[in-house]
Write a new protein. Structure first.
Lengths: 333, 331
């Protein structure tokens, strides 16, 4: 079989596309590996070693592949272009947050960043695993983010979309995931575990949490209405072993926190499954089709917080099912 | 006994055929392959077109290591399974203003597994299914396409998608046949997550649709009805959750949504509109609908939205706008 002209041209095109060797040409895919060298052009055959070199080499909108199990940074990784960073399946792509910085910081208007199959861990001194300061979209899937001295993921980019799926965010000291400043976040099939203070923290955000587990926090899911307005929906999740499962506040007159909780299991939350603390604003919680068992209090409120119930909640074995609140029946439509 | 020996001989011939002409049941590609090779395990090819030539109808192509496996649109005209072996990324690019994979032959059945199909410079669709009997997509990722992640217009065909991601495309999926989507993540597509049109018979289950301008859009122009059922899914962000409309008097749309959670839609969680007459029925059962401009929105042309009366609506600008829900009972 001889190389046909078409095939030959195809292969040449392939070579041009994927093995661009000029140091200046940006590649669509940049590669890093444990045997790589940052003086390389970050191609498949000549991969780089660390993410900063790959980020310099990759074109806007391109991808970085981690080819084998290794750590791929030595200091905070700053992302200022649209990029997907992934470890190939079966490899453990590690990033450390160290030197008092973040693991990854994303900070450029309009960028879309996807992180897939990465493990981001604290080393000696850290702030956040992923700090999303500015950009349009952040998508995290199949990642584990643990041990940060402050937050696992901090999404403060205004008017941004954040999705987190199939990921574990655990043992971060203060916050698992915090979302603020008008960000819109959807978490699906996420484990938030043993983040010291807050599992999921919304401060001025729209947040949907579904099919997830939230356990081992002082405040499992918080809608923190302090100069902010929060919209939080919790669906089909297990919220267990927190001091407070859900904690919603509204301090100032223009603040509100609106929470819906449907088809969840709340169990073994030592103070309350849901705690609603209304200051000068409005806290409203709608609960339906939840199993609420073995908590200190099932639904607790202070300061006139409003609870609506679809009257299909099952409440058993709580020290008190209700405290400081009456449930207003909400009709179906 | 004779027939078993014959079978074994045939099997050996099919699996081990070394000549360049004989077609293989399995063709292999790898980053170290060469398209002048016979696409065997020990002598793999480099790119998909060579492997597609080498593989027999009904066979398989295995991507053996992490690499990109095409340079232009990959034309599939035979039944084949294309997969990346577990543990590797099997990449296909849609580039040069074309599609990533173009499936176009009557009666064929194509399966794509563990592939990553991405936009490079200029693209139309990740996978364009024009003609064929069935297309099955498992654990694939489609991102940043100029038009569609998956465009499936083959008539009388079946499409299934399981455990895959459609992200950052103009439209995630456009479907007009029998389709089932299970555990699919459709996020950040700038126009729509799913577009179902005339002829669609679509089921979506256990899926996440987030921040697509129209998370699910169902429409009919009168050629044939469009039917969609959505169960146990999360629809959040964007202008509309489930947007249904007919565009002609003969248009028929039937959409049902149950056990789902719809939030944060700027305009409406569920919207129904008969632009030029037509028949439009939506049914809603046990959904939670919150934080949207409107919960149930009725547009022109008196569409019908049936409700079991068990949907929970709160924190919407208006729960029901422009019409009234029609009750229906259990049986």
């Amino acid at each position: 079989m001889t190389l046909s002209g078409t095939l030959g041209r195809t292969l040449l095109a392939a070579a041009a596309l994927f093995t661009a060797s000029g140091a200046n040409a940006q590649v669509f895919r940049a590669y890093v590996s444990s045997a790589g060298n940052d003086a390389n052009p970050c191609t498949l055959t000549q991969p780089c070693r660390l993410l900063p070199a790959a980020l310099a080499a990759v074109a806007d909108g391109g991808e970085i592949w981690m080819l084998d199990s290794a750590n791929y940074n030595s200091a905070q990784v700053d992302i200022t272009k649209s990029v997907t960073i992934l470890a190939v399946p079966g490899a453990l792509g590690s990033i450390v947050a160290t030197g008092g910085g973040h693991g990854i910081s994303i900070n450029a208007a309009g960028v879309k960043v996807a992180l897939r199959n990465l493990v981001i861990v604290h080393l000696t001194s850290s702030q956040y695993g992923v700090n999303f300061v500015q950009g349009a979209q952040l998508h995290i899937s199949g990642c584990e983010i643990s041990g940060m001295q402050q937050r696992g993921v901090f999404a403060s980019a205004a008017n941004s979309t954040v999705t987190i799926r199939d990921s574990v965010i655990r043992d971060n000291v203060l916050y698992g995931v915090s979302a603020g400043a008008g960000s819109s976040a959807a978490l699906d099939r996420v484990q938030l575990r043993d983040n010291g203070s807050y599992g999921l923290f919304a401060n001025g955000a729209h947040v949907t949490l579904s099919n997830s587990v939230v356990s081992g926090h002082s405040y499992g899911i918080t809608a923190f209405g302090n100069a902010s307005q929060n919209r939080v929906s919790i669906e089909g999740s297990v919220i267990t072993g927190n001091t407070n499962g859900v904690y919603a506040t509204a301090s100032g007159a223009s603040d509100f926190s609106e929470v819906t909780a449907s088809r969840n299991v709340f169990s073994h939350n030592s103070q309350a499954a849901v705690q609603a603390i209304q200051g000068s604003g409005n806290v409203t919680v709608v609960v339906g089709a939840n199993l609420v068992a073995e908590n200190g209090v099932g639904f607790s409120g202070q300061g006139g917080a409003t609870y609506y119930s679809r009257e299909t909640n099952t409440m058993v074995f709580n020290t008190n099912d209700l405290s400081g609140v009456t449930l207003t029946s909400l009709s179906g439509q | 006994m004779k027939s078993i020996r014959l079978l074994l001989a045939l099997l050996a011939a099919a699996l081990l055929a070394p000549s360049a002409q004989a077609q293989l049941f399995r063709a292999y590609v790898s980053s170290a392959g060469l398209d002048t090779n016979p696409c065997t395990l020990t002598q793999p090819c480099r790119l998909l077109p060579a492997a597609l030539t080498a593989v027999a109808n009904g066979g398989e192509i295995w991507m053996l290591d992490s690499a990109n496996y095409n340079t232009g649109t990959v034309n599939v005209t035979k039944s084949v399974t294309i997969l990346a072996v577990p543990g590797v990324v099997g990449s296909v690019v849609a580039t040069g203003g074309g599609d990533g994979i173009y499936i176009n032959a009557g009666g064929i059945s194509v399966t794509l597994r563990n592939l990553v199909i991405v936009h490079l410079t200029s693209s139309v669709s990740g996978v364009y299914f024009v003609l064929g009997d069935s297309l099955h997509i498992e654990d694939c990722e489609f991102s940043n396409m100029g038009a569609y992640g998956l465009l499936a217009i083959a008539s009388n065909a079946t499409v299934t998608v399981r455990g895959s991601t459609f992200r950052g495309n103009a439209t995630g999926l456009r479907l007009n046949g029998v389709s089932a989507l299970d555990r699919v993540r459709i996020v950040g597509n700038t126009l729509a997550g799913i577009v179902a049109t005339d002829g669609a018979s679509l089921k979506v289950s256990d899926s996440l649709l987030a921040d697509n301008v129209y998370n699910v859009q169902v429409s009919a122009q009168g050629f044939s009805p469009a039917r969609v059922a959505i169960v146990r899914s999360i629809l959040t962000g964007g202008f509309y959750g489930l947007y249904t409309f007919t565009a002609a008097a003969a248009g028929v749309v039937e959409a049902s949504i149950s056990d789902s959670n719809l939030t944060n839609h700027t305009t409406a969680a569920i919207h129904a509109q008969n632009f030029s007459g037509g028949t439009l029925n939506v049914s809603a059962d046990t959904n939670w609908i919150a934080h949207s401009g409107t919960g149930f929105g009725f547009g022109s042309g008196t569409p019908t939205i049936y409700s079991r009366g068990n949907n929970t609506l709160r924190f919407n600008g208006t729960d029901v706008s422009g019409g009234s829900l029609t009750p229906f009972s259990t049986q």
